[in-house]
Each structure stands twice: as C-alpha cells, then as structure tokens.
Design a protein around this ligand. Structure first.
Ligand SMILES: [Cu+2]
Length: 161
C-alpha cells in the first residue's frame, strides 16, 4: 500500500514534468507566419550603376504631339539614360515587356529607380529628370512607351550594343 502510493506520487511528478514541457513547446511554436512570396518582376536583381556615357532624352508634348526626342537612341551597355520632362506632363518610361527577354526583366527593373514592372514613376514638372542604367542589360532593341500617351504614339526605340 505504501509502495503503491510512492509509485503513484512519482508518476504524478513525471506527468507534471511532461505537462510542463508540453505547454512550453506549444507556446514557442504557436506563431506560424507564412512569408509573402516575392514579386516576380523584381526578382533578386539589384541596381547596377552606370559606367559609361550619359544620354539625354527629352519628353515633349505640344501642338505637334507627344514624343520622346530622340525617338530612336543607340547606347552601349553601361551607359546611363536621363529622361527629362520638358512639356505636356505627365510622362513616364515604360518598357514594352514583349520586347524584353525573360532573363533581362529583373535586372532592367532593378536598373530603373522606383520602377514597377519596368515602368518608371510619372514625371510631372518641367526639368524633372529620371535616370536609368543599362549596365548588365543584354544587347538588343527594346521598345519604350509613355503610359499616358501610348494612344497618341509616344514611343521610342532603344538599342543597347
Ligand atoms: Cu507622355
């Protein structure tokens, strides 16, 4: 009788110890937060600074229409392209995704400051400028358009050599 009582007491202690550790384990594993998936277009690329010449493209809207000047530009990979808002705002710089190879998209987007899906922010004010880098971008011919004025034919071709 006495022996049995000790055994029960020991069993109760064991149970208490187990119960305590079970509670502790449950507490530390309760917060299960699933990380949000990374946006596909931005990938893991980071901005690659220009190493070559800076070219300027003016963005113009007047009685003759909406346009990039020049509407065709050839640069060497590593050059910078500075877009300047001259008139007829708002303008932006949006790459036509159909002209950008899949393995170029992430780096191109990373080389366009504050861009979303290879579209620059809108430029609203005269002399406002936005500069992108072509460092690490595969040679080829890329089509660019202004989102607000695409229907008015505001497009340009950029060739990277
Ligand atoms: Cu425009």
């Amino acid at each position: 009788m006495r022996f049995k009582g000790i055994a029960l007491f020991a069993g109760a202690l064991l149970f208490a110890a187990c119960g305590g550790s079970e509670t502790k384990t449950a507490d530390t594993t309760t917060p299960a937060v699933t990380p949000a998936p990374a946006p596909a277009a931005t990938g893991t690329a980071t901005f690659m600074a220009p190493t070559g010449t800076e070219h300027t493209v003016n963005m113009v809207g007047d009685e003759k229409g909406y346009r990039y000047e020049p509407a065709s530009l050839t640069v060497k990979a590593g050059d910078a392209i500075k877009y300047v808002m001259v008139s007829g705002a708002p303008h932006n710089v949006a790459f036509d995704a159909a002209t950008v190879p899949e393995d170029v998209k992430a780096q191109l987007n990373a080389n366009m400051p504050n861009a979303t899906d290879m579209s620059s922010p809108m430029m609203m004010n005269p002399n406002e400028a936005w500069t992108m880098s072509t460092t690490g971008i595969k040679p080829g011919t890329y089509s660019i358009f202004c989102t607000p004025h695409l229907a008015m034919g505001m497009k340009m071709e950029l060739t990277i050599q």
